[in-house]
Design a protein around this ligand. Structure first.
Ligand code: HEM
Length: 350
Protein backbone atom coordinates (compact mmCIF):
# COMPACT_ATOMS: atom_id res chain seq x y z
CA UNK A 1 0.00 0.00 0.00
CA UNK A 2 1.22 3.50 -0.84
CA UNK A 3 2.24 5.48 2.26
CA UNK A 4 0.37 8.60 1.09
CA UNK A 5 -3.37 8.88 0.63
CA UNK A 6 -2.80 8.83 -3.12
CA UNK A 7 -4.55 5.88 -4.69
CA UNK A 8 -3.51 4.92 -8.17
CA UNK A 9 -6.35 3.58 -10.28
CA UNK A 10 -5.46 0.62 -12.46
CA UNK A 11 -2.90 -0.84 -10.13
CA UNK A 12 -1.53 -3.91 -11.82
CA UNK A 13 1.71 -5.08 -10.36
CA UNK A 14 3.00 -4.09 -6.97
CA UNK A 15 6.43 -5.31 -6.07
CA UNK A 16 7.88 -5.68 -2.65
CA UNK A 17 11.25 -4.31 -1.64
CA UNK A 18 14.01 -5.19 -4.06
CA UNK A 19 17.65 -5.35 -3.22
CA UNK A 20 19.74 -2.29 -3.89
CA UNK A 21 23.20 -1.14 -3.00
CA UNK A 22 23.92 -1.44 0.68
CA UNK A 23 24.73 2.22 1.32
CA UNK A 24 21.52 3.48 -0.29
CA UNK A 25 18.70 4.43 2.01
CA UNK A 26 15.88 4.78 -0.42
CA UNK A 27 12.39 4.01 0.78
CA UNK A 28 8.89 4.43 -0.64
CA UNK A 29 7.73 6.59 2.29
CA UNK A 30 10.74 8.90 2.29
CA UNK A 31 8.60 12.07 2.03
CA UNK A 32 5.79 10.90 4.30
CA UNK A 33 6.46 13.58 6.89
CA UNK A 34 8.24 16.24 4.86
CA UNK A 35 6.07 16.35 1.73
CA UNK A 36 3.06 14.05 1.97
CA UNK A 37 1.45 15.51 -1.17
CA UNK A 38 4.46 14.80 -3.40
CA UNK A 39 2.84 12.01 -5.46
CA UNK A 40 -0.35 13.94 -5.96
CA UNK A 41 1.49 17.09 -7.09
CA UNK A 42 3.59 15.18 -9.62
CA UNK A 43 0.52 13.34 -10.87
CA UNK A 44 -1.46 16.57 -11.31
CA UNK A 45 1.21 18.26 -13.43
CA UNK A 46 1.96 15.25 -15.65
CA UNK A 47 -1.70 14.41 -16.09
CA UNK A 48 -2.51 17.98 -17.16
CA UNK A 49 0.33 18.15 -19.68
CA UNK A 50 -0.55 14.70 -21.07
CA UNK A 51 -4.06 15.81 -21.91
CA UNK A 52 -2.68 18.03 -24.68
CA UNK A 53 0.54 16.10 -25.25
CA UNK A 54 -0.21 12.36 -25.09
CA UNK A 55 3.39 11.56 -25.94
CA UNK A 56 4.68 13.12 -22.72
CA UNK A 57 4.48 10.01 -20.48
CA UNK A 58 6.77 8.19 -22.92
CA UNK A 59 9.16 11.14 -23.01
CA UNK A 60 9.35 11.26 -19.21
CA UNK A 61 10.08 7.54 -18.91
CA UNK A 62 12.90 7.97 -21.41
CA UNK A 63 14.25 11.02 -19.56
CA UNK A 64 14.51 8.91 -16.41
CA UNK A 65 16.38 6.17 -18.30
CA UNK A 66 18.79 8.70 -19.82
CA UNK A 67 19.44 10.13 -16.37
CA UNK A 68 20.06 6.77 -14.68
CA UNK A 69 22.50 5.44 -17.30
CA UNK A 70 24.86 8.39 -16.82
CA UNK A 71 26.54 8.49 -13.38
CA UNK A 72 23.34 7.16 -11.80
CA UNK A 73 19.85 8.51 -11.12
CA UNK A 74 21.03 11.88 -9.88
CA UNK A 75 19.30 14.40 -12.16
CA UNK A 76 22.60 15.13 -13.90
CA UNK A 77 20.71 15.21 -17.20
CA UNK A 78 18.82 18.29 -16.04
CA UNK A 79 21.87 20.50 -15.56
CA UNK A 80 22.29 23.26 -18.13
CA UNK A 81 25.62 24.46 -19.54
CA UNK A 82 27.39 26.90 -17.24
CA UNK A 83 31.01 27.88 -16.65
CA UNK A 84 31.51 24.68 -14.66
CA UNK A 85 28.95 22.29 -16.19
CA UNK A 86 29.12 20.65 -19.61
CA UNK A 87 25.49 19.69 -20.04
CA UNK A 88 24.46 16.15 -20.98
CA UNK A 89 21.55 17.63 -22.90
CA UNK A 90 23.79 18.16 -25.94
CA UNK A 91 25.20 14.63 -25.89
CA UNK A 92 24.41 12.79 -29.13
CA UNK A 93 21.58 10.58 -27.78
CA UNK A 94 19.92 13.57 -26.06
CA UNK A 95 20.40 16.50 -28.41
CA UNK A 96 17.11 17.61 -30.03
CA UNK A 97 15.69 14.35 -28.73
CA UNK A 98 14.92 14.35 -25.00
CA UNK A 99 11.66 15.98 -24.01
CA UNK A 100 9.95 16.92 -20.78
CA UNK A 101 12.58 19.14 -19.18
CA UNK A 102 10.04 21.94 -18.87
CA UNK A 103 7.52 19.54 -17.28
CA UNK A 104 10.10 18.63 -14.64
CA UNK A 105 10.56 22.34 -13.95
CA UNK A 106 6.81 22.81 -13.62
CA UNK A 107 6.71 19.98 -11.08
CA UNK A 108 9.65 21.48 -9.19
CA UNK A 109 7.92 24.87 -9.05
CA UNK A 110 4.77 23.30 -7.58
CA UNK A 111 6.77 21.23 -5.08
CA UNK A 112 8.81 24.22 -3.96
CA UNK A 113 5.54 26.02 -3.16
CA UNK A 114 4.22 23.06 -1.14
CA UNK A 115 7.41 21.79 0.53
CA UNK A 116 10.37 24.08 -0.15
CA UNK A 117 13.83 22.55 -0.39
CA UNK A 118 12.65 19.00 0.25
CA UNK A 119 12.11 16.96 -2.92
CA UNK A 120 15.15 16.32 -5.11
CA UNK A 121 15.09 16.68 -8.88
CA UNK A 122 16.31 13.06 -9.10
CA UNK A 123 13.20 11.91 -7.25
CA UNK A 124 11.03 14.17 -9.44
CA UNK A 125 12.36 12.29 -12.50
CA UNK A 126 11.60 9.02 -10.74
CA UNK A 127 8.08 10.03 -9.73
CA UNK A 128 7.38 11.47 -13.18
CA UNK A 129 8.26 8.04 -14.63
CA UNK A 130 6.07 6.32 -12.03
CA UNK A 131 3.06 8.51 -12.82
CA UNK A 132 3.72 8.24 -16.56
CA UNK A 133 3.55 4.47 -16.47
CA UNK A 134 0.14 4.61 -14.79
CA UNK A 135 -1.15 7.30 -17.17
CA UNK A 136 -0.12 5.11 -20.11
CA UNK A 137 -2.00 2.13 -18.58
CA UNK A 138 1.25 0.47 -17.61
CA UNK A 139 2.15 -1.01 -14.22
CA UNK A 140 2.26 0.84 -10.94
CA UNK A 141 5.94 1.22 -10.08
CA UNK A 142 6.43 1.58 -6.39
CA UNK A 143 9.79 3.34 -6.44
CA UNK A 144 11.72 3.82 -3.24
CA UNK A 145 12.66 7.50 -2.80
CA UNK A 146 15.31 9.66 -1.19
CA UNK A 147 17.68 10.27 -4.09
CA UNK A 148 19.72 13.46 -3.97
CA UNK A 149 20.92 15.64 -6.83
CA UNK A 150 24.39 15.61 -8.35
CA UNK A 151 26.78 18.53 -8.35
CA UNK A 152 28.12 17.46 -11.74
CA UNK A 153 27.11 16.29 -15.20
CA UNK A 154 29.11 14.19 -17.65
CA UNK A 155 28.50 14.63 -21.39
CA UNK A 156 31.31 12.22 -22.31
CA UNK A 157 29.71 9.49 -20.22
CA UNK A 158 26.31 10.21 -21.79
CA UNK A 159 27.82 9.64 -25.24
CA UNK A 160 29.53 6.51 -24.00
CA UNK A 161 26.84 4.84 -21.86
CA UNK A 162 23.58 5.37 -23.71
CA UNK A 163 22.95 2.54 -26.20
CA UNK A 164 22.60 3.36 -29.90
CA UNK A 165 19.69 2.21 -32.11
CA UNK A 166 22.07 0.35 -34.43
CA UNK A 167 23.58 -1.76 -31.63
CA UNK A 168 23.56 -5.53 -32.04
CA UNK A 169 22.55 -7.81 -29.18
CA UNK A 170 26.11 -8.20 -27.86
CA UNK A 171 26.52 -4.43 -27.68
CA UNK A 172 23.10 -3.97 -26.05
CA UNK A 173 23.85 -6.56 -23.40
CA UNK A 174 27.21 -4.93 -22.72
CA UNK A 175 25.66 -1.46 -22.32
CA UNK A 176 23.21 -2.84 -19.76
CA UNK A 177 25.81 -4.96 -17.96
CA UNK A 178 27.88 -1.81 -17.30
CA UNK A 179 24.89 -0.60 -15.28
CA UNK A 180 24.48 -3.89 -13.41
CA UNK A 181 21.46 -4.83 -15.53
CA UNK A 182 21.07 -8.32 -16.97
CA UNK A 183 19.49 -9.80 -20.09
CA UNK A 184 15.99 -9.95 -18.60
CA UNK A 185 16.31 -6.28 -17.61
CA UNK A 186 17.33 -5.47 -21.19
CA UNK A 187 14.30 -7.20 -22.67
CA UNK A 188 11.88 -5.89 -20.04
CA UNK A 189 13.07 -2.28 -20.18
CA UNK A 190 13.07 -2.30 -23.98
CA UNK A 191 9.31 -2.82 -23.57
CA UNK A 192 9.18 0.94 -22.94
CA UNK A 193 9.38 1.11 -26.72
CA UNK A 194 5.71 0.19 -26.78
CA UNK A 195 4.87 3.88 -26.52
CA UNK A 196 6.31 7.16 -27.79
CA UNK A 197 7.86 8.15 -31.09
CA UNK A 198 11.04 7.82 -33.12
CA UNK A 199 12.44 10.26 -35.65
CA UNK A 200 12.92 8.88 -39.16
CA UNK A 201 16.65 9.46 -39.07
CA UNK A 202 17.05 6.48 -36.76
CA UNK A 203 15.44 4.01 -39.15
CA UNK A 204 16.36 5.33 -42.62
CA UNK A 205 19.19 2.86 -43.06
CA UNK A 206 16.86 -0.02 -42.22
CA UNK A 207 14.39 1.18 -44.84
CA UNK A 208 16.74 1.84 -47.74
CA UNK A 209 20.35 0.83 -47.21
CA UNK A 210 20.89 -1.58 -44.38
CA UNK A 211 24.57 -1.98 -43.49
CA UNK A 212 25.54 -0.54 -46.87
CA UNK A 213 23.76 -3.30 -48.82
CA UNK A 214 21.53 -0.91 -50.78
CA UNK A 215 18.60 -3.03 -49.58
CA UNK A 216 16.24 -2.84 -46.57
CA UNK A 217 16.84 -4.75 -43.35
CA UNK A 218 15.71 -8.34 -44.04
CA UNK A 219 14.36 -8.62 -40.48
CA UNK A 220 11.73 -5.95 -41.26
CA UNK A 221 8.26 -7.09 -42.34
CA UNK A 222 7.68 -6.04 -45.97
CA UNK A 223 4.19 -4.60 -45.47
CA UNK A 224 5.42 -2.62 -42.48
CA UNK A 225 8.42 -1.53 -44.56
CA UNK A 226 6.07 0.02 -47.14
CA UNK A 227 4.13 1.88 -44.43
CA UNK A 228 7.32 3.17 -42.85
CA UNK A 229 8.67 4.33 -46.21
CA UNK A 230 5.58 6.52 -46.62
CA UNK A 231 6.27 8.29 -43.35
CA UNK A 232 10.02 8.35 -43.93
CA UNK A 233 10.70 8.88 -47.66
CA UNK A 234 14.29 8.59 -48.85
CA UNK A 235 15.86 12.06 -48.69
CA UNK A 236 12.77 13.32 -46.84
CA UNK A 237 12.62 15.21 -43.52
CA UNK A 238 14.75 13.33 -40.98
CA UNK A 239 12.62 14.53 -38.08
CA UNK A 240 9.28 13.08 -39.18
CA UNK A 241 7.88 11.03 -36.32
CA UNK A 242 6.96 7.35 -36.34
CA UNK A 243 4.99 5.63 -33.57
CA UNK A 244 6.93 2.87 -31.85
CA UNK A 245 3.73 0.85 -31.77
CA UNK A 246 1.43 1.21 -34.78
CA UNK A 247 -1.57 -0.21 -32.88
CA UNK A 248 -1.56 1.43 -29.42
CA UNK A 249 0.95 4.29 -29.75
CA UNK A 250 0.42 5.87 -26.32
CA UNK A 251 -0.12 2.74 -24.24
CA UNK A 252 2.58 0.93 -22.30
CA UNK A 253 1.71 -2.69 -23.05
CA UNK A 254 3.03 -6.04 -24.27
CA UNK A 255 2.34 -5.23 -27.94
CA UNK A 256 6.02 -4.34 -28.29
CA UNK A 257 6.85 -8.03 -27.98
CA UNK A 258 4.15 -9.29 -30.36
CA UNK A 259 5.42 -6.70 -32.88
CA UNK A 260 8.91 -8.18 -32.61
CA UNK A 261 7.51 -11.66 -33.30
CA UNK A 262 6.09 -10.44 -36.64
CA UNK A 263 9.21 -8.47 -37.63
CA UNK A 264 7.65 -5.12 -36.74
CA UNK A 265 10.28 -3.90 -34.32
CA UNK A 266 11.02 -0.28 -35.22
CA UNK A 267 14.67 0.12 -34.29
CA UNK A 268 17.33 -2.37 -35.22
CA UNK A 269 18.11 -2.65 -31.49
CA UNK A 270 14.49 -3.70 -30.88
CA UNK A 271 14.37 -6.40 -33.55
CA UNK A 272 17.76 -7.77 -32.45
CA UNK A 273 16.06 -9.13 -29.32
CA UNK A 274 13.98 -11.54 -31.40
CA UNK A 275 15.83 -11.93 -34.70
CA UNK A 276 19.34 -12.68 -33.50
CA UNK A 277 19.73 -16.39 -34.31
CA UNK A 278 19.86 -18.61 -31.23
CA UNK A 279 19.67 -15.67 -28.81
CA UNK A 280 18.60 -16.19 -25.20
CA UNK A 281 16.39 -13.11 -25.51
CA UNK A 282 13.94 -14.87 -27.87
CA UNK A 283 12.29 -16.93 -25.13
CA UNK A 284 11.97 -13.82 -22.93
CA UNK A 285 10.26 -11.94 -25.77
CA UNK A 286 7.89 -14.90 -26.22
CA UNK A 287 7.13 -14.98 -22.50
CA UNK A 288 6.31 -11.24 -22.33
CA UNK A 289 4.29 -11.36 -25.53
CA UNK A 290 2.07 -14.10 -24.18
CA UNK A 291 1.19 -12.47 -20.87
CA UNK A 292 0.84 -8.83 -19.90
CA UNK A 293 1.20 -9.67 -16.20
CA UNK A 294 4.57 -11.33 -16.79
CA UNK A 295 5.73 -8.26 -18.71
CA UNK A 296 4.43 -5.80 -16.11
CA UNK A 297 6.07 -7.72 -13.26
CA UNK A 298 9.45 -7.77 -14.97
CA UNK A 299 9.15 -4.20 -16.23
CA UNK A 300 8.40 -2.99 -12.68
CA UNK A 301 11.28 -4.94 -11.18
CA UNK A 302 13.73 -3.73 -13.83
CA UNK A 303 12.61 -0.09 -13.61
CA UNK A 304 13.13 -0.16 -9.85
CA UNK A 305 16.51 -1.80 -10.33
CA UNK A 306 17.44 0.90 -12.86
CA UNK A 307 16.17 3.55 -10.44
CA UNK A 308 18.69 2.37 -7.86
CA UNK A 309 21.74 2.86 -10.09
CA UNK A 310 24.36 5.13 -8.52
CA UNK A 311 21.95 7.02 -6.29
CA UNK A 312 23.21 9.73 -3.97
CA UNK A 313 21.77 9.46 -0.47
CA UNK A 314 22.37 10.79 3.01
CA UNK A 315 24.69 13.79 2.86
CA UNK A 316 25.91 13.19 -0.69
CA UNK A 317 24.96 15.70 -3.38
CA UNK A 318 22.27 18.24 -2.60
CA UNK A 319 18.61 19.08 -3.04
CA UNK A 320 18.70 21.54 -5.92
CA UNK A 321 16.57 24.65 -5.66
CA UNK A 322 16.34 24.74 -9.42
CA UNK A 323 16.69 21.54 -11.39
CA UNK A 324 18.79 23.09 -14.16
CA UNK A 325 21.52 24.45 -11.89
CA UNK A 326 23.51 23.34 -8.89
CA UNK A 327 22.72 25.48 -5.86
CA UNK A 328 26.07 27.23 -5.81
CA UNK A 329 25.35 28.61 -9.26
CA UNK A 330 21.85 29.75 -8.24
CA UNK A 331 23.28 31.55 -5.23
CA UNK A 332 25.83 33.38 -7.33
CA UNK A 333 23.21 34.82 -9.63
CA UNK A 334 20.53 37.30 -8.71
CA UNK A 335 17.09 35.78 -8.82
CA UNK A 336 16.04 37.59 -12.05
CA UNK A 337 18.93 36.32 -14.09
CA UNK A 338 18.47 32.77 -12.76
CA UNK A 339 14.91 32.74 -14.03
CA UNK A 340 15.68 34.02 -17.51
CA UNK A 341 18.78 31.91 -17.95
CA UNK A 342 16.81 28.87 -16.91
CA UNK A 343 14.09 29.57 -19.47
CA UNK A 344 16.54 30.08 -22.32
CA UNK A 345 18.74 27.18 -21.35
CA UNK A 346 15.94 24.68 -21.47
CA UNK A 347 15.66 22.14 -24.21
CA UNK A 348 11.93 22.60 -24.47
CA UNK A 349 9.44 19.94 -25.46
CA UNK A 350 8.70 19.70 -29.14
C1 HEM B 1 17.94 -0.89 -25.37
C2 HEM B 1 18.53 0.15 -25.87
C3 HEM B 1 17.81 1.39 -26.30
C4 HEM B 1 18.03 2.09 -27.44
C5 HEM B 1 19.08 1.77 -28.49
C6 HEM B 1 17.09 3.18 -27.47
C7 HEM B 1 17.01 4.12 -28.48
C8 HEM B 1 15.98 5.03 -28.63
C9 HEM B 1 15.85 5.96 -29.72
C10 HEM B 1 16.83 6.11 -30.88
C11 HEM B 1 14.69 6.64 -29.54
C12 HEM B 1 14.11 7.72 -30.46
C13 HEM B 1 14.77 9.06 -30.18
C14 HEM B 1 14.38 10.14 -31.17
O1 HEM B 1 13.64 9.86 -32.10
O2 HEM B 1 14.84 11.28 -30.99
C15 HEM B 1 14.08 6.15 -28.33
C16 HEM B 1 12.88 6.58 -27.82
C17 HEM B 1 12.35 6.13 -26.64
N1 HEM B 1 12.98 5.31 -25.73
FE1 HEM B 1 14.60 4.18 -26.04
N2 HEM B 1 16.31 3.12 -26.36
C18 HEM B 1 16.71 2.05 -25.60
C19 HEM B 1 16.22 1.68 -24.37
C20 HEM B 1 15.21 2.34 -23.71
C21 HEM B 1 14.84 2.12 -22.33
C22 HEM B 1 15.58 1.19 -21.39
C23 HEM B 1 13.76 2.93 -22.09
C24 HEM B 1 13.01 3.12 -20.81
C25 HEM B 1 12.93 2.24 -19.85
C26 HEM B 1 13.47 3.63 -23.31
C27 HEM B 1 12.40 4.47 -23.49
C28 HEM B 1 12.13 5.15 -24.67
C29 HEM B 1 10.89 5.85 -24.92
C30 HEM B 1 9.67 5.84 -24.02
C31 HEM B 1 11.03 6.49 -26.15
C32 HEM B 1 10.02 7.42 -26.84
C33 HEM B 1 10.24 8.82 -26.27
C34 HEM B 1 9.34 9.91 -26.85
O3 HEM B 1 8.42 9.63 -27.61
O4 HEM B 1 9.63 11.08 -26.53
N3 HEM B 1 14.38 3.28 -24.26
N4 HEM B 1 14.90 5.19 -27.79
Amino acid sequence: MRCFGFIVVGLVAVLGGLPFSSNAKLEPCFYKKTCPQVHFIVFKVVEKVSRTDPRMPASLVRLFFHDCFVQGCDASILLNNTATIVSEQQALPNNNSIRGLDVVNQIKTELEKACPGVVSCADILTLAAEVSSVLAHGPYLKFPLGRRDSLTANRTLANQNLPAPFFNLTQLKAAFAVQGLDTTDLVALSGAHSFGRVRCLFILDRLYNFSGTGRPDPTLDTTYLKQLRQICPQGGPPNNLVNFDPTTPDTLDKNYYSNLQVKKGLLQSDQELFSTPGADTISIVNKFSSGQIAFFKSFSASMIKMGNIGVLTGKKGEIRKQCNFVNKKSAELDIGSVASESEEGLVSSI
